[in-house]
Design a protein around this ligand. Structure first.
Ligand SMILES: [Zn+2]
Length: 442
């Protein structure tokens, strides 16, 4: 598989054809094409067909890429990441309570006030891991600048949290949010990200309600019901459950992205379903710093739009969504659920994720008219049976199979190497240098 050399512009102004590929379309019919081709025109997918291109179709394309032994599938959509926290992962134990994790990060930020200025060093490291693991779209707090530099699609949360490092964002949020909103592009949308209800108060909730009223289509991201202790603290503080607080403030609707919901009972899951909100399931992170995980089987059974995400590197050293989805399959098999199939796992990191972010018209599937966010997986055809393609994608996956990643028609990763203007060696050097200077709490 050869992509244009340095003399050829990386942004394909002309047409590119990817042929001889196995295509997982994730379209409405969830069609698998055992052998077919995809034509890209600039930033969009123009054609997806089975079989071989006609001479005319082939000749119309300036770039012709043979994808023998490659799977073409939608770029992965990681609905919950933390770019600026990866460095904490170098210092914390594998198993840590959420409370201890938050206390630790607060203390490190106080002891190392310059860490915030060095955020780009940490974020570059996080971005590199995400791209090498096939993420073409991410959602998290303050992702806009990094994603612009890395040419990655993103939903960037304006983060509201009473903490030393984020105090600047905590006041006058209407004006500051409006400024962020003005920076939106085709590749970046702005959301509100409430870190958690116990790190804000009644007045802040009222301010957030006003913003949501002014911008009725914006997404609202919130960590919710992650641990029993955090939920108990919220009930004590507000005299209501987390779900009741969101309902009371008109913050639970189809624009709400609920991260975790580990302690949501069946009644609360039904309320979430009725509201149209989405849930983000972060199993590995929960196993590391929570005391329970989402009842995924029940969430899927009642039809909640559920996605799978890695969460930040600090609480999950695996940033590979295919492996994370596979871990969910293995873990939730214990519940003997028939609701968790390989197809549903794939939906949770593509189509469901696109829907949660409000980007379902642009991304999540390989279809004409959609944005050219495409992941190329190197995998020898194990069988001609198209019913086994998705199962084998998960069962045999290793991160080294992630070969190429195209975002908005531009190749970001090629032959497993980042090919935009970033040096992997330099990123490792800088993060190592920064980590060695960190003063840790005693
Ligand atoms: Zn998180």
């Amino acid at each position: 598989m050869e992509f244009p050399t340095q003399e050829t512009p990386l942004f394909f102004i002309m047409r590119t054809i990817f042929y001889n590929a196995t295509i997982i379309t994730q379209n409405y019919q969830k069609k698998i094409i055992p052998i077919g081709f995809v034509i890209i025109k600039e930033s969009q997918i123009e054609k997806v067909k089975s079989g071989y291109p006609s001479t005319k179709e082939f000749d119309n394309c300036q770039n012709k890429i043979d994808c023998t032994n490659k799977i073409i599938m939608p770029g992965l959509i990681n609905t919950h990441v933390h770019l600026g926290e990866s460095i904490f992962g170098f210092f914390i134990k594998d198993k840590i309570s959420l409370k201890n994790y938050l206390d630790f990060t607060d203390k490190v930020c106080i002891l190392n006030p310059s860490l915030e200025q060095k955020r780009s060093v940490v974020s570059d490291y996080s971005m590199m891991l995400l791209i090498k693991n096939g993420a073409s779209t991410i959602c998290g707090g303050r992702t806009a600048n990094e994603c612009k530099n890395w040419h990655v699609r993103n939903v960037s949360g304006y983060i509201i949290m009473h903490s030393p490092k984020l105090i600047h964002y905590y006041s006058n949020i209407m004006n500051k949010f409006s400024l962020e909103k003005r920076k939106e592009t085709d590749m970046n949308t702005t959301a509100i990200f409430i870190h958690s209800l116990n790190r804000i108060n009644h007045n802040k909730l009222k301010e957030i309600s006003k913003i949501v009223k002014q911008y009725p289509r914006i997404k609202l991201i919130i960590h919710i019901m992650e641990t029993k202790q955090s939920e108990n603290e919220i009930i004590k503080k507000y005299k209501m459950t987390s779900i009741e607080i969101l309902q009371k403030n008109n913050l639970l609707n189809k624009n709400t992205i609920l991260v975790h919901c580990n302690w949501a009972n069946n009644e609360e899951l039904k309320i979430i379903k009725k509201s149209g909100a989405s849930i983000v399931h972060c199993l590995s992170s929960n196993l590391n710093c929570a005391d329970k995980t989402l009842n995924l089987s029940e969430a899927l059974k009642i039809g909640i739009n559920t996605t799978i995400a890695t969460d930040g590197f600090a609480t999950n050293k695996n940033q590979n969504l295919i492996l994370e989805a596979k871990a969910c399959f293995t873990y939730h098999k214990l519940s003997k659920s028939k609701n968790i199939t390989f197809q549903k796992l794939l939906d949770m990191v593509t189509t469901n994720a696109a829907k949660a972010l409000g980007l379902e018209k642009q991304i999540g599937s390989i279809e004409p008219g959609k944005k050219a966010d495409i992941l190329f997986i190197e995998q020898k055809k194990l069988t001609e049976n198209k019913n086994c393609v998705i199962k084998n994608l998960f069962l045999y996956h290793q991160p080294k199979m992630i070969n190429d990643l195209m975002i908005n028609g531009k190749m970001i990763l090629h032959n497993k190497k980042i090919i935009i203007n970033k040096s992997e060696k330099n990123i490792y050097y800088k993060i190592k240098k920064l980590a060695n200077k960190i003063i840790l709490p005693s």
